[in-house]
Design a protein around this ligand. Structure first.
Ligand code: KIV
Length: 316
């Protein structure tokens, strides 16, 4: 359900579609004005926004040291980022999974730097507290460190995000080092790396065999030595993820990597049940928004067809 506030022309307000979740944004003027205020305050400061402390790379390290688990979720647009940030998320990932869940592509490969910037900017407009990480898309950093820095600087300048995530270990170490030398925080991503799906030919669990597990461990060490602030481990055995987490001092965030890690990340559409066709073992669904949307839309269609909507109270 969407509404237009006439006092702010062109500004669309998302009203939560699932009454049972804490992600609902209520459609009243005070909330809208607060949201806009937050949006503009956001642009002023980097590490501190009003009374709220921004989650930084330093804070993530502190959380690992204190044994506090890190929560991370993807977002791709302003309205959802606003709700997720207000719910208290530590890290928001503008994932290139936008290719799958926003654009309907079967892989993440088609995403471009400009498309990631569009999603990144939209998310940054809604976020006050969470650390925002943006995926560098396929082809934007694997070629050489010069192109990697040019693309990374463009993403950082145009979005004002906090960190960039790159998939790979030893093979992309030069690009990782170049970004870090330019002062750009880097989050690594090992295990199942969706940008390499055509090389694997399958989305099956990675690093089950000794050789691949040893390479993953070595890659994680190299990324830490290079200066990465954190690493995402995707779809690998829980025991291996636990071993990496215990050995490394930087925070390890898992997705399908079991419980022995420093934090968890999920794709927002999957955990909210917007993406019904995707049900891997590691996914826990916290809502069933696809069905909620369908029944809300059906109700609206019914109300229009039966002339129940708009009522006298909803007319001028
Ligand atoms: O693009 C993405 O959403 C990701 C997560 C799966 C970690 O990289």
């Amino acid at each position: 359900m969407r509404g237009r506030d006439n006092s702010i022309p062109g500004f669309f307000v998302f009203e939560g579609i699932c009454k049972s979740t804490t992600f609902a944004i209520q459609n009243n003027n005070i909330k809208i004005i607060k949201a806009i205020k937050q949006m503009s305050e956001n642009k002023r400061g980097y590490l501190s926004t009003g009374n709220q402390k921004k989650v930084t790379t330093h804070r993530l390290r502190e959380m690992k040291q204190q044994g506090e688990k890190i929560s991370m979720l993807t977002a791709y647009d302003y309205s959802m980022a606003l709700a997720i940030d207000q719910a208290g998320m530590d890290v928001i990932l503008v994932g290139d999974s936008a290719s799958n869940v926003m654009a309907g592509n079967s892989t993440t490969l088609p995403m471009t730097v400009d498309q990631m910037i569009y999603h990144g900017k939209s998310v940054m407009n809604g976020v006050k507290r969470a650390m925002v990480v943006i995926d560098m898309p396929f082809g934007s950093y694997q070629g050489n460190p010069y192109d990697a820095v040019a693309n990374a600087v463009k993403i950082m300048k145009e979005t004002q995000a906090d960190c960039l995530k790159l998939e790979g270990g030893k093979e992309i170490l030069e690009s990782v080092g170049a970004l870090l030398n330019a002062g750009i925080p880097v989050m690594g991503h090992l295990g199942l790396m969706p940008q390499s799906i055509n090389k694997y030919g399958t989305y099956a669990v990675r690093a089950e065999e000794k050789e691949e597990a040893e390479k993953l461990m070595e890659d994680a060490r190299l990324l830490q030595e290079a200066g990465c602030c954190s690493i995402v481990l995707e779809k690998i055995p829980a025991a291996l993820a636990g071993k990496v987490t215990a050995e490394l001092t930087i925070p390890i965030i898992g997705i399908g990597a079991g419980p022995h890690v420093d934090g968890q990340v999920l794709v927002m559409h999957d955990m909210l049940g917007l993406n019904k066709g995707f049900s891997p073992r590691f996914l826990r669904r916290y809502a069933n928004l696809f069905d909620e949307i369908t029944s809300a839309v059906q109700q609206y269609i019914h109300d229009v067809k039966s002339s129940d909507f708009p009522s006298a109270e909803e007319s001028y």
